[in-house]
Design a protein. Structure first.
Length: 345
């Protein structure tokens, strides 16, 4: 019996990096995502997909091991191994993956891919896992089995499929609050031509955030990183209030303050410098965006811009689409059907 699952990507409106530092993060689902179809096969584990115009195929024994150096498809045997460890027996399967979410651009493509593969395999085995279980298992696959430098934010945001505020505890716990927007807003999302170097960005930020006063790190850079992380967390809390209360301008200002904090870090840390991002933010703001900033780890990966007026959003999308190597689209931030908006104020 065929099983099909679809998992959306996510945009981090506010609160990047707070899943490993502490604070809060505000995320919204994208309309782009990963779709996985699982069909019975005679033997083994097979996958076929097209990634940025290149057709990729993988074939593994159903009881094979984990290969952290296995390229873009390494998530598949790792997901199968993680499920076997939970005593979920996977029958032979053919997976077909379709994606309209660009990879390596800070929009949670790897988390969405991992969650979608896990969910498809689980359903193919005749089982079901709750969303939070899938998110925790995806984090385990990426971080523990494959050694990817990532936190739990992206898988949780992907399985939530609606705007959420995540509050990160110092003990590794997280509390999640669903945010129902008071009005529909429009988010222009764009990816740049080349992926950013996530590992280098994370290494630089973590080194400076956790750096000691006696280390050889630039004390100005250490102070800038810690101040920026505090800003990201504070603005995520304030942004959630603005989103729930219908204060689009306030949400845009929160985004701008986070971008300003990022720019201050980037001036001191070469790994964070992003000329294309800076030009895009400047152009979007000049064209009327309520707020514009990086999304994800940072760097020249992606940019997001907030609009209240759909016509203005289309103009922002068209302007971005005219830049070389940039792909842009519009996603709506809206409350779940049947949910009631909170009163403003």
């Amino acid at each position: 019996m065929s099983q099909t699952v679809r998992v959306p990507g996510r945009a981090c409106l506010l609160g990047e990096h707070c899943d490993w530092w502490g604070g809060a993060s505000l995320t919204v689902p994208l309309e782009q995502g990963i779709r996985v179809n699982a069909n019975p096969a005679e033997r083994g584990l097979h996958l076929k997909t097209t990634l940025e115009g290149q057709t990729l195929e993988g074939h593994w024994p159903i009881d094979g091991g984990v290969d952290p150096a296995g390229g873009a498809l390494r998530f598949v045997p790792a997901a199968a191994a993680a499920l076997r460890a939970r005593q979920i027996a996977i029958p032979a399967v053919q997976l077909t993956v379709e994606a309209d979410l660009p990879a390596g651009r800070g929009l949670s493509s790897s988390a969405a891919f991992c969650v979608a593969v896990l969910d498809a395999l689980v359903r193919h085995a005749g089982c079901r896992l709750e969303d939070r279980e899938l998110a925790a298992l995806a984090t385990h696959v990426e971080r523990d089995l494959l050694g990817v430098a990532c936190g739990p934010l992206d898988p949780i945001a992907c399985v939530s499929r609606e705007p959420i505020l995540l509050r990160w505890g110092n003990d590794g716990t997280v509390s999640i609050t669903t945010i129902q927007p008071a009005q529909t807003l429009h988010l222009v999302v764009a990816s740049f031509a080349s992926p950013r170097n996530t590992a280098a960005i994370l290494q630089a930020l973590q080194d400076h955030a956790r750096g000691q006063a006696a280390s050889d790190l630039d004390p100005q850079a250490v102070a800038a990183v810690r101040a920026a992380l505090a800003t990201f967390a504070t603005e995520a809390e304030q942004g959630a209030v603005a989103l729930r209360g219908g204060e689009a301008t306030g949400l845009g200002r929160a985004m701008d303050r986070c971008q300003q904090a990022y720019d201050h870090m980037a001036a001191l840390l070469p790994a964070l410098q992003a000329a294309a991002l800076a030009r895009a933010v400047q152009g979007l703001k000049a064209g009327g965006a309520l707020g514009a900033k990086f999304s994800g780890a940072g760097g020249d990966g992606s940019v997001i811009a907030l609009y209240q007026d759909p016509h203005a959003a289309r103009e922002g999308q068209a302007w971005l689409g005219g830049l070389e190597g940039v792909q842009a689209w519009i996603c709506r931030i809206q409350r779940r059907p049947g949910a009631h908006a909170a009163a403003a104020g």
